[in-house]
Write a protein that binds this ligand. Structure first.
Ligand code: UDP
Ligand code: MG
Length: 315
């Protein structure tokens, strides 16, 4: 018997796309069910992220019209990542496998078969990867590329050009459930779960209706979330800067001494001032860096991430 698939769709003020999105997804899922790729208990699960427009009314009507649609409603707007998490955690108890996808269907739904094929081949996580983005603006493309590179430099392990179009098996979802952090950056967390994973490459289309729910401000906040939740390197830079300033101050001390000895080069008080500014500056930065290192430790302890996830035990 094929496995039960839940397609999880976060929606925030998506009244403009929902009628079209729901029928396209329904059509695709029905084709997959009749082809025997997934079980006929599979569903499309909308997560209403506290929308202020008609989104929930549309979802309710869909649910009344067809048992293929199920839904979760959040009590208020909690953001894309939390909406996704709510959907995946709710689906976890009902489905064998979930695929998350944005409500605007910018991600190609014809890839769904390939996701399931890789899942049947033993992948617990399959990442949808944007091969090219002909429809994105040059700015969006460039900023996204730079961001992925920056994350890599900072030691954050993410899949290049992967957003939240992703398949997760039951045990991968259970692994995700053991991450209890409040600040969610799923693209960073999911690779930490482990297990065998695969990728599906597709070409990303345009939002067919409605507006982006990620204005620049939200995008920047999200980008910083990714850095600050996974890397203590920004803090370590302070320590390094402190050490550098301290070393420079030693050189400067030597220079000031020579200047002070040479007749007529300095005014009284210059040497002591110079040395104290550099030395104290360096020591202060160093002290801040050391405090930062401990705060970094506290941060990672408090996130209480699972230390390991066991894949197999042979007894
Ligand atoms: N979204 C959400 N809550 C929010 C913002 C966005 O659930 O607070 C959903 C939105 O409905 C969509 C997905 O997140 O399904 C991605 O948003 P969007 O397509 O606007 O982002 P973009 O593709 O422009 O980056
Ligand atoms: Mg979009």
């Amino acid at each position: 018997m094929p496995d039960t698939l839940y397609i999880v769709v976060p929606c925030y003020n998506e009244e403009a796309v929902l009628p079209e999105t729901s029928s396209r997804l329904r059509d695709k899922l029905l084709r997959m069910i009749s082809a025997g790729i997934v079980d006929d208990s599979s569903k499309i699960m909308f997560v209403d992220d506290g929308s202020k427009d008609k989104t929930w009314e549309i979802i309710e009507a869909l649910h009344d019209s067809d048992a293929l649609y199920s839904a979760v409603k959040l009590s208020r707007n909690k953001g894309h990542q939390n909406a996704l998490m709510a959907g995946i955690m709710t689906a976890m108890r009902r489905a064998d496998v979930t695929i998350s996808i944005d409500a605007d269907l910018q991600d190609d739904i014809e890839c769904l078969d390939e996701f399931i094929r890789q899942y049947n081949d033993g992948c617990d996580i399959v990442y949808g990867v944007r091969g090219d983005r002909p429809k994105d603006t040059a700015f969006k493309k460039a900023s996204a590329q730079t961001y992925y590179r920056l994350l890599k430099i900072l030691g954050v392990n993410v899949v290049f050009n992967h957003a939240d179009y992703r398949l997760m098996s039951k045990r991968a979802m259970e692994g995700l459930a053991s991450f209890r952090e409040v600040n969610l950056f799923l693209r960073g967390i999911v690779p930490l779960i482990g297990y065998k994973s695969g990728t599906v490459t597709y070409s990303r289309g345009e939002r067919f209706a409605g507006e982006s729910k990620y204005p620049l401000k939200k995008m920047l906040a999200f980008a910083w979330e990714g850095v600050s939740s996974f890397s203590v390197l920004p803090m370590r830079f302070i320590t390094i800067l402190g050490i550098l300033t301290f070393i420079i101050s030693l050189g400067f001390m030597l220079y000031t001494f020579i200047m002070a000895i040479l007749p007529g080069r300095t005014v009284p008080g210059w040497s002591t001032l110079m040395i104290s500014i550099w030395l104290l500056g360096g020591l202060q930065l160093l002290a801040l860096g050391v405090i930062g290192e401990y705060i970094g430790k506290i941060y990672s302890e408090i996130k209480d991430r699972p230390k390991y996830i066991i894949e197999t035990i042979l007894e």
